[in-house]
Design a protein around this ligand. Sequence first.
Ligand SMILES: N[C@@H](CCC(=O)N[C@@H](CS)C(=O)NCC(=O)O)C(=O)O
Length: 183
Amino acid sequence: VRERSGAQSSIGFQEASGFDEAFRKVNPLGKVPALIMSDGTALLETTLIVRTIMEFGSTSLWPVEPDDRRQAEADVALCMGILDLGVAFFLESKRDASEQSAHWQERRLTGLSTALPTFDDAAVRAVKAPAGAAALAVYCTADWLQFRLADHVDWPGACPAVGALVRDLGQLEDIAATDPRLA
Ligand SMILES: N[C@@H](CCC(=O)N[C@@H](CS)C(=O)NCC(=O)O)C(=O)O
């Protein structure tokens, strides 16, 4: 558990396992992430958690202009969709071989590879606001894919703009500190 004194809210981290009774008390769905606010409100969905944390900061991560804002939200949603497919593929690949569905795994991989040109388009837009929500979403999505599915999803070969964004943002200390390989 890490406490951040002086922050508007203290943040505690708990190890998560869907089979752990204690974690089910935090999130009955047994999923991560989950954020419990100091008033007890349970935030059980990633983008809700991110939007809530954004409100603690003094700088908005969204574009001001409504069309740009909608596009940035669409790009974040695309990233979430890619992650949903990737996580589903990754979790199923961990199951006993007899429980895995070749059909569904193929369908997920097809979705991931078909989304790569659109993912790269999102990165082209996102580099224009490198500290924005869309850029952070593209970075997290690309890095997770490299961390978990590098043998299955070749965005480095297919997405030059994503590569440039990852190289640039990965140099920032705050971003580098989120590297899951350090955990
Ligand atoms: N829509 C949810 C999805 C969360 C999710 O699927 N998390 C995965 C890991 S990244 C999980 O905890 N899976 C365990 C399970 O499905 O039981 C969100 O965006 O927060």
